[in-house]
Design a protein around this ligand. Structure first.
Ligand SMILES: Nc1ncnc2c1ncn2[C@@H]1O[C@H](COP(=O)(O)OP(=O)(O)OP(=O)(O)O)[C@@H](O)[C@H]1O
Ligand SMILES: [Mg+2]
Length: 362
């Protein structure tokens, strides 16, 4: 029955948008009715999202000057901006080729619909959006330390020690656990594009998950959703989802496991510079994750040796190995991951004789 709700809702959305003579007229977020799917009123938001004009977006970014460019992804470029209020933000400008416009528009709407209803310290906040004519912008809280991947093997200067990697893993796990619980919008949400570039870090290196454009609402009784098209990012795909098209909450757990492996090894989820057999991180290390001796060889050499205990490393590797199991029913839930990561953090701090420190972090 909930599945019926979702498809009826999707159908209704399609029909409604066809009612408009101009498909580029964006309806305000309040009119997008998540309650249609759930039969419930959406969770109350702490902050409403503001609506900005194109002029405000231009002013905030000095007309999208390259000096303000933070990065570029599949949706478009991301700029640092300063709003009229003085608030520093990140502004994502939709720039997709004409043949992908409908897809971009759908992602934009899902992002605004879902993210503006979420409120959690480990999810990036959507401050507002701009839908001016054909122009589309998403305005987010600014994350001073950019994305996690850059700190592991990209342009980031500061290498992360083991406790800060554990803190990032725990923060991301909490964000996903919140999405998977019904507390967000009344029903669980699958992120569908969890990866290290979508884990952003604030000034204190606390993790916040971003990019909800591919997210999908997953009513509880509807354990799987069959999709015609597999969406997400190469290297993070749940093998079960790729082979059957069946999307579950456990698809995010697989992607989370890949990010745990990136944190442990400092390697990329997919490295096209390596030979064909070594390109995929999971396939490369999966068989040694429960072998302490071999495990030592894959620990990221950038992690300060005095910041970790082997016990916490093997517990972490064991958790990662269960998250990336091929059979989705054998993977832990995100709530289990949160609990295990707390224990791993405690074990590491205790082993290093830093108990007091650990209480501040857990
Ligand atoms: N809120 C933010 N604060 C600071 N930097 C950000 C913010 N959002 C995005 N960025 C930066 O902009 C880059 C591009 O982001 P974007 O989400 O468009 O692409 P991506 O996640 O790297 O890739 P893809 O489009 O494949 O998902 C990010 O990697 C990050 O470094
Ligand atoms: Mg992103």
């Amino acid at each position: 029955m909930p599945f019926g709700f979702v498809s009826a809702w999707n159908k209704r959305r399609r029909t409604k948008s066809q009612d408009h003579t101009d498909p580029w007229i964006y309806k305000p977020v309040e009119l997008w009715q998540i309650e249609d799917q759930t039969g419930q009123r959406p969770a109350k938001r702490r902050h409403g999202s503001s609506v900005f004009t194109l002029k405000e977006m231009q002013e905030a970014t000095c007309s999208f000057s390259d000096d303000n460019l933070l990065g570029k992804g599949g949706f478009g470029k991301v700029y640092r901006g300063t709003l009229r209020s003085g608030e520093v933000v990140a502004i994502k400008k939709m720039e997709v080729p004409a043949f992908k416009e409908a897809e971009g528009e759908r992602e934009f709407r899902v992002e605004v619909d879902i993210l503006s209803r979420l409120d959690h310290p480990n999810l990036v906040s959507l401050i507002g959006y701009c839908a001016d004519g054909k122009h589309r912008f998403l305005v987010y809280e600014y994350m001073h330390n950019g994305n996690l991947q850059d700190h592991l093997n990209g342009i980031g200067e500061r290498k992360m020690d083991w406790p800060s990697r554990l803190k990032v893993a725990l923060g991301a796990a909490r964000g996903l656990a919140y999405l998977h619980s019904s507390s967000a919008v009344g029903i669980p949400i699958v992120h569908r594009d969890f990866k290290s570039t979508n884990v952003l870090l604030n000034a204190n290196f606390e993790a916040k998950i971003s990019d909800f454009g591919l997210a999908k609402l997953m009513p509880e009784e509807q354990e799987t959703h069959v999709t015609a098209r597999v969406l997400g990012t190469f290297g993070y795909f749940d093998p079960e989802y790729t082979s059957t098209g069946k999307l579950t909450l456990q698809s995010d757990v697989y992607a989370f496991g890949v990010v745990l492996l990136e944190l442990l090894t400092g390697r990329r989820a997919v490295d096209l510079n390596l030979g064909p057999n070594d390109q995929n991180l999971v396939l490369q290390v999966r068989h040694i994750l429960n072998d302490r001796k071999k495990l030592r060889k894959v620990i990221d050499t950038e992690i300060a040796r005095n910041s970790y205990t082997m016990e916490s490393i093997s517990m972490f590797a064991n958790l990662a190995s269960r998250c990336v199991r091929t059979d989705s029913t054998e993977r832990p839930s995100m709530l289990d991951c949160v609990k295990e990561l707390q224990l791993i953090m405690y074990t590491n701090s205790r082993g290093l004789g830093m108990l007091l420190h650990s209480f501040g972090m857990i």
